[in-house]
Design a binder for this molecule. Sequence first.
Ligand SMILES: [Cu+2]
Length: 382
Amino acid sequence: MTELLIIVAIVVAVIAIAQVVKIFELANKIKGVKESDITDKDNDTQGKLLLTFGILFMASFFVMTAKWNHLLLPISASEHGVEIDLLMNISMGVIIIVFLITQPILFFLSYKYRGRKDRTATFISHNDKAEIIWTIVPAVVLTVLIVYGLQTWSKIMDRSDLDDAVVVELYGKQFDWTARYAGADNNLGAANVRFIGGLNTVGVISESAYAKQMAGLDNNIAKAHVQMSEELNANKRVKIEARLAKMESKKSTLTALVSITPKDLLEAAEDDVVVKELHLPVNKTVHLKFRSQDVIHSAYLPHFRVQMNCVPGMNTDFVFKPTITTEEMRVETGNEAFEYVLLCNKICGAAHYNMQLKVIVESEEDYNKWMAEQSVFAASNN
Ligand SMILES: [Cu+2]
């Protein structure tokens, strides 16, 4: 109802404006003023309106900056994030300086040289000096910014120091995240979406998971056969047969996946740790590996200036070093309830807004203590 009233009000307002304009036109016709005639008074009004707009526009920039500046992210909690922030601040600095110089000049000159009957515009057909300046200055500034940006990028994507990195896989699906640590051997086992079953929610491929899932399938197949021998209804028999075929096919898929997975990876998977909370030791290199089960997600860790797409059927990764613990960040932000968070930054469906995972950065000691309390995959999957 409210929407309808708003639409009616807009329509009425448009009609009213059109009528007022018509009255002006008729009045001008009576006075003998042609529509194409622009008087000095008109130009004066337009010039002053433009200047007023310019002043309000510049004032709104300062007001908005003061009002919403606190919504920006706090200081970077990662090593490379400091470089990203510096790059961002320099780029924004250049943009804001140019904006603050050019916009007031634009509005002021438009007002100062507003049209007047006794004044004609200067006609300049060509000016080499001006053209050289406005070509070279932006070209140099942009080149510097781009080269600086590329240098920062290659520094961030550096993969040379991975030896004692903490390896964690982040698995995204509609609509939550699961983290998988590489365990004591720091070697992440293989995983495949087709290996998902029962408690194995991220599809870790291991001997124990294989044995368990095969036993489960065999059990269900035996049950289906019993049902089949008792069932007389033809329709139901067809359904049971379809279920049987599906389970047999799953069995051969599992067998194929285990047979193509190298033995050391099968073993490496057993001590993986699958959890619903991301714990990271401070000042240690973290190697995040991303996977997705269904659609494209994007793992976004805003406080660490980290973001990477999670693409089904593809492995992506990112290496970074957290430098500020959750506790320290609480002091820094003055917010006792502060928590780091991993968000999905790709609109992936109805509950996308709530696809997040708590992230805790702590001392290496606390991290090791937490890790020791977690059960390894071979145990948690059984
Ligand atoms: Cu998502």
